[in-house]
Design a protein around this ligand. Sequence first.
Ligand code: DC
Length: 220
Amino acid sequence: MNRINIALDGPAGAGKSTVARLVASALGFVYVDTGAMYRAVTWKILQLGLRPDDAEEVARATRNMEIRLARSEQGQLVFVDGENVTDYIRSADINRNVSFIAQNREVRRLLVEKQKELAREKGVVMDGRDIGTSVLPDAEVKVFLTASARRRAERRYAEAGTPEQTIEEMEAEISRRDQIDTNREASPLRRADNAILLDTTEMELAEVVEAVLSMCRSYV
Ligand code: DC
């Protein structure tokens, strides 16, 4: 297969990361989870005791931090200033604060630059919110994955080993994040004009993966 880039966007909990990982593995491509980069910045900002909504301080701190992605048997690892934060970035505390960081224009500029660089040689499956619109506007395959907020909360709940929240709390949190991600000024979450919409509310994971793979086949 030719090396192409695949952009997978959509709201929180639509199954992007699971689908992206499986598609990447089926094609022998690299999976890049861009949400993990925003989460890693959030972790560091909280660690530094800064307020996530203090745009200038957050921008300054982000310019001074080194974010690095690495691959391992367990999947993508994220390092901030040399520290492996992969296991720390999925907490409820990070979930609550990450949208503030993702609204910061300078943070977005710095991370988007890094993401473009990671995809320069192609053969990448990248998931996020603005991949098809801003990061990889020329991606050969663009998919916008969505599902009802309730179904997304149920999936998040099932994934969490020991859930810190009830399904109802997760659903409320997901709806709140959708609101912020969709309405922010900097790169809001929206479907690229040429992205294919896949509503996965009633779809099994294997069907979704197959649907994305079939969009890639014409590039073989
Ligand atoms: O996909 P996720 O839940 O790990 O994303 C975490 C947050 O980062 C979420 O609020 C949306 C934001 N995000 C973004 O704004 N742009 C991206 N490309 C990826 C994530």
